[in-house]
Write a protein that binds this ligand. Structure first.
Ligand SMILES: *[C@@H]1O[C@H](CO)[C@@H](O)[C@H](O)[C@H]1NC(C)=O
Ligand SMILES: *[C@@H]1O[C@H](CO)[C@@H](O)[C@H](O)[C@H]1NC(C)=O
Ligand SMILES: *[C@@H]1O[C@H](CO)[C@@H](O)[C@H](O)[C@H]1NC(C)=O
Length: 331
């Protein structure tokens, strides 16, 4: 409650700040175009505040990309549908919860595997469905879970089926599982649910971006279940690499606090921490010049990043906590 009051005060202060803000007339056309492109509509009271935030983001992008051209950054930024959000608002969406219980899981062991590819991209091998969009619901954990399940289901059956995030959002909130729907969740709890009940397809149980519906899953809808899940070794990028290289796409989590306007390139930023707050899917890794990277599938639609994907610096001290919470299901 206290948090809510503080937030309200912040918005009121921000909105009154906006009334004294003077718009940059040169940005009028880009603003109208951007609103049209992303279907943004505002009330009269909020438009001026959103324009102010958007202009700040616009200028931040311009500045960053000029510095990128001068060789100061490894990646570019670009305007996208998050362009009217402050960093604080953006980070309220990052709904991943790291689970201390994860440490007790069995660990992936690559000692026996003979083939360790130098680079891999599971997208080209049929393991990965189209990029999805979680919208304004903090359900990244569900998208990360379905991504890993889709890959292992393909590996087992040769069929690529888009699986239902809404199934996980609606059905892991009850007492037994304790996820929080659009307010965050654990990927391992989602997997536990799939062990107990199975999971259905996106088509049978479509995404609604909300968490106010009771669970509508029934046994007849089941596409697959799993027998268990494993994790990779804590903070060990080599162990994660072997898992991604030999098992398939792996559910991972990162500190995504500074990812809002990422457009392209290999992401590296010293301000990225080890406190993970967003779950994504590692679908491969590779090398460009001397720089190695992870290929991450996100759930923020096609407008964000490299058509929905990010390349994140690899072998740079576990950048953004990439190897802190990596797990995958066993079908
Ligand atoms: C993997 O297995 C080998 C041989 O069985 C063992 O020596 C090693 O400690 C294991 N590694 C991990 C990370 O469990
Ligand atoms: C790192 O991210 C922060 C916050 O987005 C940004 O201000 C800074 O310019 C970035 N640094 C680099 C080297 O990209
Ligand atoms: C890679 O590193 C080597 C040795 O440090 C250097 O000579 C070479 O120019 C680098 N290549 C690229 C593409 O940066």
């Amino acid at each position: 409650m206290q948090v809510f009051v503080v937030f309200l005060v912040a918005v009121v202060t921000a909105v009154s700040a906006a009334s004294s803000f003077s718009k940059d007339p040169a940005l009028e056309d880009p603003w109208q175009e951007w609103k049209g492109l992303h279907g943004k509509q505002y009330s009269e009271e909020t438009e001026s505040y959103r324009r102010m935030v958007w202009e700040d983001n616009w200028r931040f992008i311009e500045q960053h990309n000029q510095e990128h051209a001068a060789g100061k950054h490894s990646y570019k930024l670009g305007m996208n549908h998050f362009g009217d959000l402050t960093d604080q608002e953006f980070n309220k969406m990052n709904g991943f919860r790291p689970d201390p219980a994860l440490r007790k899981l069995p660990v992936f062991n690559s000692t026996g595997s003979t083939v360790r590819p130098k680079s891999i991209d599971w997208r080209g091998k049929g393991y990965v469905t189209r990029v999805k969009n979680q919208g304004t619901c903090g359900s990244c954990w569900a998208f990360s879970a379905t991504g890993a399940l889709e890959g292992q289901y393909f590996k087992k059956t040769g069929r690529l089926v888009s699986l239902s995030e809404q199934n996980l959002v609606d059905c892991t909130e009850e007492y037994k599982y304790r996820n929080c729907g659009c307010h965050g969740g654990f990927v391992n709890i989602a997997f536990q649910y799939v062990i107990d009940h199975g999971i259905t397809s996106e088509q049978s149980y479509p995404y609604t971006e909300k968490d106010d519906k009771p669970c509508r899953y029934t046994e007849q809808l089941k596409v697959t279940s799993i027998s268990g899940f494993k994790r990779t070794d804590y903070k060990d990028e080599k162990n994660l690499r072997d898992a991604v290289g030999t098992v398939g796409p792996i559910s991972v989590s990162v500190d995504a606090s500074t990812f809002k306007l990422y457009k392209s390139g290999i992401y590296f930023n010293k301000t990225c921490t080890q406190s993970v707050n967003h779950a994504v899917l590692a679908v491969g890794y590779g090398k460009e010049g001397n720089d190695t990277f992870w290929i991450l599938k996100n759930s923020w639609g096609l407008d964000w990043g490299e058509r929905g994907y990010m390349r994140l610096a690899k072998d740079k001290d576990n950048h953004c906590g990439i190897a802190n919470q990596a797990i995958y299901p066993i079908i």
